[in-house]
Design a protein around this ligand. Structure first.
Ligand code: ADP
Ligand code: ZN
Length: 513
């Protein structure tokens, strides 16, 4: 094993778990491997493939990456090939022949290809020694990335009962893990779960306000560094990329609306450090292996924590620090919720809503983010203070906020609970904007009652009061501030309010401890 590791891969030692996994595979045992991106999953089937007789079939949904992987294996002197829809008829034919002649060691196939009867009879003729199912969470409806063509892979255990399966994924909650194992029919498998704690990633959540300006400020302090800015919509991607270019940054867009060649070119330039910044939708980065990504910014709220973990996981592959900054607003939450509610099946909606809830809870958490994130993946972080997330880096001060809470509640009440956060706070801060004067809200007793704080601080107070359920938000499209029982108790003096303050509101980055 060590000799092969050195000879073909050029490594002198194994990463955590690799050796145990490989031993299991070589003994013909089914295995399930949950390892974060960059943990070294490929080696867990590539090395056994070389040591076993016959063919290893790797199922991977990432057609765009197959060629790279095969090229790099071939460069190490390993006879690898791939079968997918990008091959010409004659190329495919050549590979069929090589398979039949047992000339190929590692064959990558797209799942929809593998489930075709022609491919099945082809590999039945070959001597298959191992199936590796990459991104195996795609088989589970509970994952964020369910793909129907993966479901059909359950035939593998039936048709090739003696051939071991190794299932690999970087993203699986305990539920997805169970489901994947069940679907693949490998209930006796050895299960290996690597830690998901990426210690060199710094997790930070920032309130989403004037996001572009904040990003610009950040980039100016980090010139020359390589990073990814994720946005939910293609339109945002295009706008931000071109604004950044106008503001003197080397930034390229990446999303599914661009032509294949454009996308490939932009990705290539990023990987080669010809461009520092990629502004992208989540279509970007499936499996890209760029080591020196120094920041991953989420301009918008991701739909779930699996996605967030994957996307931030593209940073700091070299083990050096990477800052992961997410701009959070409840508005984004309502937007996503609105889209989810348009979805077809009730089960799908429920799953998506639950995932969104977990995502929001992470953003609004007042305990260590890393703890919350790891807990989501079923892992317990022992220490209470990771020292490398915004919560741990900026211990918040608790202050009495009863007076502020009353001022805000009073204003909501004077506005008959019919306005959103922005309007309420504009009134509080004494704005003389036309919309305020038109409605005569400048005549209210609350008008200007909040001049002890800035508008931004009031936004924070309102958010925290929502989180503490002292007031509530109602309505998906036009969220309005409403009062509840707790609001009344605050007004009657039956309830004291404690608020937290963060020293820096100006997006100054403190040095990590
Ligand atoms: P994953 O598929 O889990 O995201 P990869 O298999 O792509 O991870 O491996 C991530 C990186 O780690 C690759 O650059 C790979 O070459 C490297 N790597 C894997 N195993 C080892 C090892 N034992 N020693 C050193 N580097 C390794
Ligand atoms: Zn922390």
């Amino acid at each position: 094993m060590h000799r092969t590791l050195q000879k073909y891969f050029g490594y002198s030692s194994f990463r955590p778990l690799q050796e145990d996994i490989i031993k299991d595979v070589l003994e013909g045992r089914d295995t399930f491997v949950l390892m974060p991106t960059g943990g070294g999953k490929s080696l867990c089937y590539q090395l056994p493939a070389l040591l076993m007789e016959g063919l290893t079939v790797v199922v991977s949904p990432l057609i765009s990456l197959m060629k790279d992987q095969v090229d790099s294996l071939q460069a190490s002197g390993i006879n690898a090939a791939y079968l997918n829809s990008t091959l010409s008829h004659s190329e495919a034919k050549r590979i069929y022949r090589e398979i039949e002649n047992n000339e190929i060691k590692i064959l990558y196939v797209a799942p929809e290809r593998l489930t075709m009867s022609h491919t099945i009879s082809l590999i039945q003729k070959a001597n298959v020694s191992l199936f590796a199912i990459d991104e195996s969470h795609c088989i589970s409806e509970w994952g964020h990335d369910f793909r129907p063509e993966y479901r059909k892979l359950s035939f593998l255990k039936r048709k090739f009962s003696g051939v071991p399966i190794i299932a690999l994924t970087a993203t699986a909650t305990p539920k997805v893990r169970e489901d994947t194992i069940k679907q693949l029919g490998i209930s006796d498998c050895g299960t290996y779960v690597a830690s998901f704690n990426r210690k060199n990633l710094l997790y930070k959540i920032r309130p989403k306000k004037d996001t572009y300006k904040q990003i610009l400020k950040y980039l100016r302090k980090h010139r020359g560094e390589s990073g990814i800015i994720y946005c939910q919509s293609r339109k945002n991607v295009d706008t931000i990329a071109s604004r950044l270019r106008r503001d003197g940054f080397n930034a390229l867009p990446y999303h599914a609306g661009l032509s294949d060649s454009r996308r490939e070119k932009n990705q290539e330039m990023f990987i080669r450090d010809d461009v520092e910044i990629v502004v992208a939708t989540i279509a970007f980065g499936m499996g890209i292996d760029k080591s020196n990504v120094r920041f991953v910014i989420h301009h918008d709220l991701p739909k779930n924590l699996e996605g967030y973990y994957q996307e931030t996981g593209r940073g700091g592959r070299d083990g050096l620090e990477c800052e992961c900054i997410l701009f959070f607003s409840r508005g984004d939450r309502y937007k996503i919720e609105y889209f989810i509610k348009q979805k077809g099946k009730k089960e799908e909606r429920d799953i998506a809503l639950k995932q969104l809830q977990d995502m929001v809870a992470f953003c609004e958490s007042t305990v260590c983010r890393r703890k919350v994130l790891l807990a989501y993946f079923g892992e317990v972080l022992e220490e209470d203070d990771c020292g490398r997330c915004d919560v741990c880096l900026q211990p918040r001060k608790k202050v009495d906020g009863t007076e502020e809470a009353r001022i805000l509640i009073n204003c909501i009440s004077e506005l008959n609970q019919r306005y959103g956060m922005n309007h309420v706070i504009d009134v509080l801060c004494g704005s003389n904007a036309k919309k305020i004067r038109d409605k005569k809200h400048n005549k209210l007793a609350s008008h200007g009652a909040g001049d002890i704080h800035t508008k931004d601080r009031w936004m924070e107070i309102a958010r925290e009061m929502i989180q503490q359920e002292l007031i509530k938000v109602q309505g998906a499209r036009y969220p309005l501030l409403k009062l509840n029982k707790a609001s009344m108790e605050v007004m009657n003096g039956k309830r004291k309010v404690t608020l937290t303050t963060i020293e820096d509101t100006d997006f100054e980055e403190p040095e990590p401890a």
